[in-house]
Design a binder for this molecule. Structure first.
Ligand code: ADP
Ligand code: ADP
Length: 211
């Protein structure tokens, strides 16, 4: 089987990163995530392409979208060296979706569906392991290892204030991208509110059916 080219969509906190890590391992594909790429380049000077903010870090902390030209370039570069991939965090608006069309074909487009109340709970309780990039949750998925527990950090944008703004930006800009794939009849919907294991079983089945 050729390596699948997967696009995972869903609101902030829906479980994209959690499921993408599993897909990357199970299907031996690259995890391309614009959020991680931008966090690794937080201090990059982008003042020439944004009127209000100077760096991706400032934009992320405000919960707004980083300019299209910055993220388009990140994705184009990452896709050029990947056979199979799971793309997570992009496209986040219709212009990015159009840009993606010119970069690659997709085998599977899936979206994780989770209620708003649950999204807020997941985002504010999310913690990251800065050494491994592993994703945890204070309540749903705490680490077993005490050393890991002690070094966990909260993302700057997982505060209640920024979460509210990110969800607003999601409804305004990203939900229309999901509609676009739905209108084309290629969208696979997965109930993201189940346990991570049950979501994974459904995600795996959707991908295996498609390739
Ligand atoms: P989430 O956990 O909400 O899915 P991400 O890690 O994907 O968060 O993204 C964090 C932030 O990085 C976003 O709020 C946004 O500021 C920026 N970002 C990530 N991907 C994109 C993108 N495709 N276009 C514009 N901004 C992006
Ligand atoms: P996204 O990448 O879509 O923003 P994450 O994968 O980072 O989402 O998950 C957001 C938070 O929710 C994390 O703290 C993660 O541990 C937790 N989480 C992910 N999937 C589930 C699930 N199915 N049930 C409960 N919590 C989950």
């Amino acid at each position: 089987m050729a390596q699948p080219r997967i696009l995972i969509l869903g609101a902030p906190g829906a479980g994209k990163g959690t499921q993408s890590a599993r897909m990357a391992e199970h299907f031996d594909v690259e995890h391309i995530t614009t959020g991680d790429a931008l966090r690794a380049n937080k201090e990059m000077d982008i003042s020439d392409v944004h009127d209000e903010y100077d760096t991706p870090g400032e934009i992320m902390e405000a919960g707004e979208l980083v300019p299209d030209e910055v993220v388009n370039a990140i994705v184009e570069e990452a896709l050029s060296s990947a056979d199979g991939f799971v793309l997570d965090g992009y496209p986040r608006n219709r212009a990015q979706a159009e840009e993606l069309e010119g970069m690659t074909d997709l085998d599977v487009v899936l979206t994780l569906e989770v209620s708003e109340e649950e999204l807020i709970h997941r985002l504010t309780g999310r913690r990251m392991d800065p050494e491994t990039g592993d994703i945890y949750h204070l309540e749903y998925n705490p680490p077993e290892d005490e050393t890991v527990e002690e070094r966990l950090i909260q993302r700057d944008d997982d505060t209640e204030e920024t979460v509210t703004e990110r969800l607003r930006v999601y409804h305004e800009n990203t939900a229309p991208v999901i509609d676009l794939y739905d209108e084309r009849g290629v969208l696979e919907r997965v109930d993201g509110e189940q346990s991570p294991e049950d979501v994974w079983a459904d995600v795996q089945a959707v991908i295996e059916d498609a390739v």
